[in-house]
Design a protein around this ligand. Structure first.
Ligand code: KG4
Ligand code: ZN
Length: 339
């Protein structure tokens, strides 16, 4: 089965072709980072308009590079939510219109399920069951994954997501957008000089809380005005140490409590090198395995949506296809969890 996947939930247009027999054939991405940078964050209306401009040329590009045509496509997957409603509507309406005109099945994919399954796109993919750390701009969750659609929530953030904390802290430090990569870059020149709290590090559960950390940065930054470049780097360094220590500790607790020895990490923050360094070391010490998607599939992309859609379509009962469309800007992953 050949599946065409569309991702348009936020500020990246991603399109990909996944073949259930031969794996990922091609993928293409257009990032809107440069367009939004001027505003210091994503402008939803501009995002929607840009998705309209990019989706079809990217579709032609992935078909051409895989030497396929639309007539070869057996099914279409698209991000149905969560995300920005206008942006989601672009990908959804294009996907549904194409599926309708080609008379093929289509499936709305949960964006986080896409992230969750992204490490399975790699060579030697991790085997079920595993513990998944999902750390994106909007979510920080720990899950037990026993198979496609068999998800059990182990821990969640009580307030800000890890990526959101990176973004807000980068803004406080005047490091610009997108915050995560900018802060990680600044931290490379940082030195241990300040101490920030590690909220919930020793809480008895697997939940996270990052808003207190952000407030601690705000208080510190206010005291340190005006910020010179070295001070920016030193605060960034300590912030990154705090977040990565919390995430690593919780992952190791999740492995211990579930008795599993396999960890996967996905979502934009999974691209953070310091986090990978810490997780590699901690899992090695406990003789556990850790897997990540390649860097470009940590952040939003079409490949993960084509893959998650393909896995869902493969197991779906043949029913009457409904080409009407709606998006789900707020869509709790809990609705997909195993009861
Ligand atoms: O998964 P993603 O692309 O989009 C969402 O679904 O939210 O994640 C984006 C988030 C942003 O908050 C971004 O700042 C963060 O991932 N991020 C990083 C890094 N690269 C992206 N955070 C820390 N270090 C990075 N290298
Ligand atoms: Zn995402």
């Amino acid at each position: 089965m050949l599946i065409l996947g569309f991702e348009s939930s936020c500020d990246e247009t991603g399109v990909a072709l996944y073949d259930t027999n031969h794996g990922l054939l091609s993928h293409a991405l257009h990032s809107q980072v440069v367009m939004h940078a001027e505003y210091g964050g994503v402008v939803p209306e501009l995002a929607s308009r840009d998705h309209i401009r990019r989706a079809l040329p990217l579709t032609e590009q992935v078909l051409q590079s895989a030497d396929k045509t639309l007539a070869d496509v057996d099914g279409i997957a698209y991000t149905q939510g969560p995300g920005l409603s206008g942006a989601l509507l672009v990908g959804t309406s294009i996907a549904q219109s194409l599926a309708f005109s080609l008379k093929i099945p289509s499936i709305g994919v949960h964006h986080l399920e896409g992230h969750l399954l992204a490490p399975l796109l790699e060579l030697n993919p991790p085997k079920f069951p595993f513990v998944a750390l999902l750390v994106s701009g909007g979510h920080s969750q720990l899950m037990r994954v026993d198979g496609i659609g068999q998800y059990q929530l182990l821990g969640d953030t009580l307030d800000d997501a890890a990526g959101e904390a990176f973004d807000k802290t980068a803004k406080l430090l005047g490091l610009g957008y997108p915050g995560g990569p900018a802060l990680a870059k600044a931290a490379l020149n940082g030195k241990p000089r300040f101490t920030l709290p590690r909220p919930m590090l020793h809480s008895k559960d697997l939940n996270f809380s990052f808003s207190g950390l952000k407030t601690a940065v705000l208080t510190l930054v206010n005291k340190l005005q005006p910020l010179d470049e070295q001070t920016q780097a030193d605060v960034a360094w300590e912030f990154q140490e705090a977040v990565t220590e919390i995430l690593t500790t919780k992952c190791m607790t999740a492995l211990r409590e579930t008795g599993l020895d396999n960890l996967i990490v996905s979502g934009g923050v999974g691209a953070n090198q310091r986090l990978r360094e810490r997780l590699n070391k901690a899992t090695q010490r406990k003789l556990c395995k850790v897997s990540y998607p390649r860097l470009e599939f940590c952040t939003d992309n079409g490949a993960m949506i084509a893959f998650a859609g393909a896995k869902r379509l493969e197991t779906m009962q043949a029913t009457e296809q409904d080409y009407r469309f709606s998006v789900r800007p707020r869509w709790d992953l809990a609705e997909l969890l195993t009861p």
